[in-house]
Design a protein around this ligand. Structure first.
Ligand code: ZLS
Ligand code: CA
Ligand code: ZN
Length: 406
């Protein structure tokens, strides 16, 4: 009815389980799983399900998660809830992972950087264990569809949690579904390129593969002082000079594009297409994983870029046009209505569809779409409060040259 069609010449599979929507990290916590409800309603409202094979995800198994994460950490995540947390913290096997307390720490941290305090980045909340293994299960199912040749593009918007370490949660991420997906892909593909357009550095993925020449990681991110406070933008890594672990086969197989605040569409396009294009040429990947964190959009609650949905989507289109097996994952994104708009738009791009220029009739949460649309930008509402642009064209040109050399 909306003219949605299946793509010609390639297949797309979409992986999701609505149970991830019920989760709450805490009242003031910026990570809102209900952005996935909004995304789902937009995708279904536009009829994009008719253009893809849709699958309900099941939980990842303990053994699957242990392919990257430490066995004790996985056991802890399996059992943890606000009720069990205090008891688990006393078990000797887990107490080793409690960080030392520093003078002036505002939140009490338990094992693996987890905490029941409401002021923590990685809180322990009700249903957390189910949530973690579900988003991971969705990523692994998507990966399997790709590696088995059942599809050419596989999507999981609930995945893309790039900060999680082997035995530590970090920055809203507990299980690194991306690392697990890439490990699985290495069984089938000779070389995997990981690209990360979340506004934060993809440190967990880079670290996991820093010695590995079969995986190239490429992250675009805000880098430098956060504001006048002198604090660095999270996680504080991902300098231009960081190109993989020196003296290992992985040296030269990590690339970082550190960006000042306020970068606009034109500047981002120049950087993204210049650097990504050269990386693909030089690395010749057999498959690509694209983390589509939507906190790089203008007006994001945590992000500091001024990218519109149009350009964010053009990054996806550019990668899709390489015609390689492609895994599309979510990630950050803290202004929920824009996250949903972006990921729905990108689902349309993956399936070669153009969306009708109106909000679908039966989308239930009307207040989620109150952003104004005008002029050419109807499908891509421009953002009202933009960040001061500190991004100099000359610096971008220098970066493209420098990275080309690396
Ligand atoms: O890439 O900046 C930090 C670390 C801190 C400041 C915040 N406090 C709580 C801990 C110490 C230095 N953390 C970042 C993490 C950003 C993770 C991005 C994930 C991803 O998008 C992938 C999914 C951060 N930025 C903002 C906050 N944390 C933050 C803001 C507001 C709150 C509420 C809940 C908790 C405490 C009050 C919180 C965190
Ligand atoms: Ca990034
Ligand atoms: Zn982020």
């Amino acid at each position: 009815e909306n003219g949605i069609q299946r793509p010609k010449g390639h297949k797309v599979s979409f992986h999701y389980n609505s149970h991830v929507e019920d989760m709450h990290f805490g009242k003031t916590h910026p990570m809102k799983p209900w952005r996935l409800t909004l995304t789902k309603h937009l995708v279904l409202g536009h009829g994009l399900q008719y253009a893809m094979d849709t699958y309900e995800a099941v939980s990842a198994g303990t053994d699957e998660v242990r392919k990257f994460h430490a066995p004790d950490y996985v056991d802890f995540l399996r059992q943890v809830s606000p009720k069990t947390f205090p008891e688990l913290c006393k078990i000797p096997r887990f107490t080793r992972a409690i960080p030392p307390k520093h003078e002036g720490d505002s939140v009490e941290l338990g094992p693996y950087n987890l905490s029941t305090s409401p002021g923590a980045d990685c809180p322990v909340f009700d249903g957390m264990s189910e949530y973690l293994f579900l988003y991971t299960g969705a990523t692994l199912a998507a990966t399997h569809q790709l590696t088995s040749g059942a599809c050419n593009i596989a999507i999981n918007w609930s995945g893309g949690l790039h900060h999680a370490h082997k035995a530590e949660a970090s920055g809203f991420c507990y299980i690194n579904d991306i690392v697990l997906a890439i490990l699985d892909m290495l069984r089938v593909y000779a070389r995997v390129l990981y690209i990360d357009i979340d506004v934060h550095h993809g440190d967990g993925v880079e670290e996991a593969f820093q010695r590995q020449p079969r995986v190239m990681t490429l992250s675009y991110h805000r880098y430098g002082p956060y504001d006048e406070t002198g604090h660095k933008f999270f996680p504080g890594t991902g300098d231009l000079e960081d190109i993989g672990l020196k003296g290992t086969p992985g040296e030269h197989f990590a690339l970082n594009v550190p960006i000042p605040s306020g970068i606009d569409d034109r500047q981002y396009k120049f950087l993204f297409e210049g650097v990504t294009g050269r990386a693909i040429e030089a690395f010749n990947p057999s498959a690509i994983v694209l983390q589509c964190g939507a906190d790089s959009l203008g007006g994001d609650r945590l992000g500091q870029f001024n990218i519109n949905i149009k350009q964010h989507g053009e990054c996806v289109a550019f990668v899709k046009n390489q015609h390689l097996p492609l895994l599309l994952l979510g990630g950050g994104g803290y202004t929920a209505r824009n996250v949903a708009r972006a990921w729905c738009h990108e689902t349309a791009i993956a399936t070669d569809n153009k969306l009708v220029d109106k909000v679908p009739y039966f989308v239930p949460r009307i207040e989620a779409f109150k952003g104004r649309a005008h002029g050419d930008e109807k499908m891509y509402p421009s953002f009202e409060r933009l960040h001061k642009n500190e991004c100099k064209d000359a610096d971008l040109e220098y970066m493209v040259k420098k990275l080309e050399h690396d």
